[in-house]
Design a binder for this molecule. Structure first.
Ligand code: ARG
Length: 275
């Protein structure tokens, strides 16, 4: 995995995706997803990414692991290493052995955080420039984020998440480049909002669009891929020099996920300056 010369993203087809348990406020077993629509929407995202020049790598789906489709949670990729997730909920803990096997076969060094720390991968750990922002409380532990910062030798800013609807950092925060990020202010406490204000260009997302998972966007260079129904953010992105690409992902909102959750960047996010 050292000679990636094109943006490279890991995805997992939604063959066994479903709402089989409830571990966040969006999930409700009585509002199941439509498997055919889920497949079409997943393929739509896949095809937009390919059209933007992304090399999409695939992981094999596994029956009984309906959230494996959300590859963002597999781990935090750093150079030729991946810090694998230690999921908070037992329903997702079976994913780690699959993720580990995929990364080892792909040539990554796989690392686990010391137990009992919980950590949910790129869902809760995002670089903006040379700083690692870490979401904690709902899923990942603050000390997991600190542990990662020590291992990578980088500055860490832990951000407390205060609304269970925005339970992973990538549901309410999205670095676009080293100096620009999207965020949903109401998902953070005052301290976290102050910490985020160090980012030179911070674009707030409207509550109506935050709940359409507008912040859960995939960045490829100056292109931003997101769910449909976020016209305010599309206009803001354009005025900041980014090109929005919207694609319907409402079948995945039923599990509390959208574009970003369905992807994991393997060659480093565009916004990241790695130490
Ligand atoms: N149902 C999954 C969960 O609650 C959704 C994960 C979404 N992933 C993300 N990176 N936000 O864990």
């Amino acid at each position: 995995m050292h000679e990636l010369n094109q943006p490279t993203i890991l995805m997992c087809p939604p063959d066994f995706y479903g709402i089989e348990y409830e571990i966040n406020p969006w999930m409700n077993r009585s509002t199941p997803n439509d498997p055919a629509r889920s497949r079409i929407q997943w393929l739509g995202l896949h095809d937009v990414l390919v059209s933007l020049g992304v090399d999409v790598r695939l992981m094999e789906p596994v029956q009984g692991l309906p959230d494996l489709v959300f590859t963002a949670n597999a781990g935090l990729v750093w150079k030729d290493k991946v810090f694998l997730a230690s999921f908070r909920h037992s329903a997702r803990q079976g994913e780690t052995i699959r993720d580990e096997a995929w990364f080892q076969a792909a040539g990554f060094e796989t690392l686990l955080l010391p137990s009992p720390l919980n950590f949910e991968g790129a869902g809760d750990a995002l670089f903006c420039g040379d700083t690692l922002y870490g979401g904690y409380l709902v899923r990942s532990d603050a000390s997991a984020i600190q542990w990662l910062g020590t291992r990578m030798g980088c500055r860490v800013i832990p951000l407390q998440l205060v609304d269970d609807h925005y339970y992973h950092l990538d549901t309410c925060f999205c670095p676009l480049d080293a100096r620009t990020a999207l965020y949903f202010p109401a998902a953070f406490d005052d301290y976290a909002r102050r910490a985020l204000s160090q980012i030179p260009h911070l674009i707030p997302v409207h509550p109506d669009e935050a709940s359409r998972f507008a912040c859960n966007a995939v960045v490829v260079g100056r292109h931003v891929v997101l769910n449909t129904g976020c016209p305010r953010l599309e206009a803001d992105l354009t005025s900041h020099g980014f090109t929005p690409h919207s694609t319907p992902l409402d079948e995945f909102l039923k599990a509390g996920g959208s574009a970003k959750c369905l992807t994991l960047r393997l060659d480093g996010e565009d916004a990241a300056i790695w130490p």
